[in-house]
Design a protein around this ligand. Sequence first.
Ligand code: PMV
Length: 327
Amino acid sequence: MAVEATAPGKAILFGEHSVVYRGPAVVLAIDRRARVVARKRDDDRIFFDAMDLGFSGYFTGETYVPLQGESWRGKRLQAFLVAARKTMEHLGTESGLGITLRSDIPVAAGLGSSAALSVATVASVGGLLGGDLSQEEICELAYEGEKVVHGTPSGVDNNISTYGGVLRYEKDVGIERFELDGDLPFVIGDSMRKRSTKRLVDRVRMLREREPELVEGVLDSIVLVSESGLAALKANDLHRLGDLMNVNHGLLSSLGVSIAKLDMMVHSSRGAGAYGAKLTGAGGGGCMIALSDEASIEKINRAILRCRGEPHVVSVSYEGAKTREVD
Ligand code: PMV
């Protein structure tokens, strides 16, 4: 018997970086998913097949033995190892495991691929070992894995990937999940530049230490934009939503987390008819997101391609983490 779990990636619509300090992030689950299959093994090794990421290997105790790819690649697997082990600890059981990781979420692009893989790892291992894990448990155990990669992430990624849909997420306050009236088409543009969330969060922290008053003012403005953005989203007011996305991009740029290529894709998408466009996630590379209407999707796609970005047309996915038995 094996158990497969899938979990969605995400795009932050408002509140990246400010959510680390205070206020809400407004975040969408997107129709791109991570897929993890877990099987029991007779020995006590934990095997990972991550051939989508270009490597496979196993852990025996703390030692990583690569089968394909170099040994340093094992670091990428630490989060999933921790997620699997914490799940077993939580269930009071232990087993050798064979874990297959697959994902159609672009990696290291701010679209939540690592959190989605952590969430799906917890859900599949939990399902395999007979634990009927609640969404809260899945979310919390996946966060343990996320901390290994990101230090002290705000928790937005594991929450959206567990619950799906649209979330207002605020650290130490919790989540509000809701569904939108219509289907909003978003175009995501991947700059194809990999970046580390932790490094960008550190950059903002250091700027805040050097210029506390200034940065506090910007963070306050982002919190205001996020609250207004949430209201516009609930009211399906696309013009206001677009304006607020544009303002949010400017505020993030002022914190030094945009790059020229993201700026170019953002401006070209607006020129191609987007209601609004902004970087999404930590910045420094990764992705931007444009709010479009059906008529402008193709033009925005072409605009992103002209900037040498990779466009993905996405819609909101209301399906959070899901498990099923497979052969
Ligand atoms: O990992 P990303 O690119 O989705 O960024 C996460 C959002 C931040 O607010 C920058 C960090 C966090 O922990 O919330």
